[in-house]
Write a protein that binds this ligand. Structure first.
Ligand SMILES: Nc1ncnc2c1ncn2[C@@H]1O[C@H](COP(=O)(O)OP(=O)(O)O)[C@@H](O)[C@H]1O
Ligand SMILES: [Mg+2]
Length: 219
């Protein structure tokens, strides 16, 4: 009897501007070059319905979106992603990469918006039903450098992406980073902190060695 194939679920986490999206793109290229089939998804979104939810979450006009409604929308998009994208791809033995996942809700809504982390963990059980990342790359960068990178990017592209978050203050981001530090303490096997300073290629090398460290102990 053949064993059911199962891929890996790997998430990228960190503050806005830390370099998550850049690093996930480089990592996906390198995995593909090594012969893996890779599916990339980004939060909020990843599915048609997730995209509709994303447009509510990132619309700068929605300043009146309540913090609890915001959190539930993130989980709604995630639940759709689990059924429509994540589980089928893992079943085919593929590697799924996600730009943010529940750890972001834990850090941003649980810590940043001070909704508490207990409710995030409980909602994760409902939305994701135990389908948690195998490996999480936390691209860690200091607050000033991250905000500077995110602002430069948004000015360049004129993008509204993550702009509602970018308008929050420094204290908010300090709490978010505390949330990631807490996750690192709680899940030392899953969460690997990667120093996000230096050039994109230097960071990519650190990401790759975190993956190799994980793969050597799991594959
Ligand atoms: N190592 C790096 N050094 C300098 N700039 C970077 C680095 N990595 C990414 N950037 C730039 O900083 C901005 C934010 O990077 P991005 O990958 O979009 O971060 P995130 O997805 O975490 O918000 C982008 O304009 C990107 O090109
Ligand atoms: Mg990004």
């Amino acid at each position: 009897m053949t064993e059911r194939r199962r891929g890996y679920f790997i998430t990228f986490e960190g503050l806005d501007g830390s370099g998550k999206s850049t690093q996930m793109r480089l990592f996906a290229q390198r995995l593909r070059a090594a012969g893996h089939t890779v599916v990339e998804t980004a939060e909020p979104g990843g599915t048609r319905i997730g995209g509709a939810i994303r447009s509510i979450l990132l619309n700068p006009k929605n300043q009146d979106l309540s913090p609890t409604a915001e959190m539930l929308l993130y989980f709604a998009a995630r639940a759709q992603n689990v059924d429509e994208l994540l589980l089928p791809a893992l079943g085919r033995g593929e590697i799924v990469l996600s730009d943010r996942w529940t750890d972001s809700t834990y850090a941003y809504q649980g810590h940043g918006r001070q909704l508490g982390t207990g409710v995030v963990v409980a909602l994760d059980r409902v939305a994701c039903r135990g389908h948690n990342p195998d490996l999480t790359i936390w691209v860690d960068i200091d607050l000033d450098a991250g905000l500077e990178r995110a602002r430069a990017r948004n000015n360049e592209t004129g993008a509204t992406s993550e702009s509602r978050m970018d308008e929050q203050e420094f204290e908010f981001y300090a709490r978010v980073r505390e949330g990631y530090l807490e996750l690192e303490r709680l899940h030392p096997g899953r969460l690997r902190r990667v120093d996000g300073s230096g050039t994109p290629d230097q960071v990519a090398e650190r990401v790759w060695s975190a993956w190799r460290g994980f793969a050597d102990s799991h594959v």
